[in-house]
Design a protein around this ligand. Structure first.
Ligand SMILES: [Zn+2]
Length: 372
């Protein structure tokens, strides 16, 4: 089997600019979205030799028509105008330097090409190592470093060019996948599942379990808002009892993953405790599910991840699971992660969240799927 990898040097040139902190009593700077982190992930893949075992895929720029499948004309035009200025803002926490929108189009296009290569059979599955990320971007606004919703665009692309009826998005970034939830809120053709840290994104927290979709889309959005401190055992339980059963009931024609690495145990923007092994488990679990349900058709898109040292190693776990290649290397962050006792058990307050998600997954199974 072959795993594709989308990559382009200019992804590392996307600049979220310095953060300033009103009332300006401290020097601006310290933006956590540092390009170096994803570059070091790429470097680690090269250094370990696994990159050579993957199939390189060149991205392309997403067209206006493709972007307008998901985003509003008004938002798109506003970005085009701001792209000419020294700095633009797609929404809260989505500031970009001049020219950034062009790189965001190449990022979205990277997700689209990954879908195309999987559908053509040139690769079995693919990882899009793209920047900027996308999963917080909604129809009318960007947010949290995200300009275009790459996974939503990938899902729409798969429905369009694959002639598919159902696509599933699984988002394991530590922050809520609010973008796909909003975009597909009334759409039963895209099942959106987000497993994230409770209350981890913006003040209007729409990541709680009661947000299930509306109208024809009711029941096709599942949020799994885990308590801070959740680690490998809790995620594994949520996958086995809720996420995989939901996918099995939904029977997608393709699966798209919003692959944040910021639920890793050393991430400064999350308070979760996943180890590289936990990431490898999640990637393996979804790959095997895709192989069972939809000919292995699976694309993972890079989202968050904010620690210079550990994030690349969390990502290595994902690439091993996705490609089914085991490097058997000593992973320093596995050693550290294993020293955290609380990654190994499911506590009662975590269990309650998983039980609710399991109930919602069962509801998809009994709904017999709305005819599309
Ligand atoms: Zn995140």
């Amino acid at each position: 089997m072959t795993t594709g990898i989308v990559f382009d040097e200019t992804y590392f040139w996307y600049d979220s600019l310095n953060q300033a902190f009103p009332p300006f009593q401290i020097q601006p700077g310290g933006n956590p979205d540092r390009p170096d982190i994803k570059r070091r992930f790429y470097n680690l893949l090269q250094q370990t030799g696994i990159f050579k075992q993957l199939t390189s895929i060149e991205p392309r720029v997403a067209t206006t028509d493709e972007i307008l499948r998901v985003h509003s004309t008004e938002y798109y035009q506003s970005l085009a105008e701001q792209n000419l200025l020294p700095a633009g803002e797609g929404g809260p926490g989505a500031v970009f330097a001049q020219g950034g929108v062009e790189i965001a189009k190449l990022s979205a296009g990277g997700a689209l090409v990954a879908v195309e290569k999987v559908l053509s059979g040139e690769v079995n599955n693919a990882y899009a190592l793209i920047r900027p990320p996308g999963h917080h971007a909604e129809t009318n606004r960007g947010a949290g470093f995200c300009i275009f919703n790459n996974v939503a665009l990938a899902a729409k692309h798969a429905l369009e060019i694959g002639g598919f009826k159902r696509v599933a998005i699984v988002d394991w970034d530590v922050h809520h996948g609010n973008g796909a939830q909003e975009i597909f809120w009334r759409d039963p053709s895209v099942l959106t599942i987000s497993i994230h840290q409770h209350y981890s994104f913006l003040e209007e927290d729409t990541g709680t379990a009661q947000y299930n979709g509306e109208g024809e889309g009711e029941g096709y959005n599942i949020n799994i808002p885990l308590p801070p401190g959740s680690g490998d055992a809790t995620y594994e339980s949520a996958f086995n009892r809720a996420i995989i059963p939901a996918l099995e009931a939904f029977q997608p024609d393709m699966i798209i993953v919003a692959c944040g690495l910021d639920a890793g145990c050393y991430d400064p923007l999350g308070r979760m405790a996943l180890t590289p092994q936990g990431f490898r488990f999640m990637a393996t679990s979804i790959r095997e599910t895709a192989e069972r349900l939809c000919g292995g058709r699976l694309v993972m898109c890079q989202e968050g991840g904010y620690d210079l040292a550990s994030t690349p190693y969390m990502g290595l776990g994902v690439i091993e699971g996705l490609s089914n290649i085991t490097l058997n290397l000593e992973n320093p962050f596995q050693v550290f992660g294993d020293s955290l006792g609380y990654t190994k058990t499911v506590l009662p307050h975590q269990e309650a969240v998983i039980a609710e998600a399991q109930r919602q997954a069962n509801n998809i199974a009994v709904s017999n799927l709305a005819p599309l």
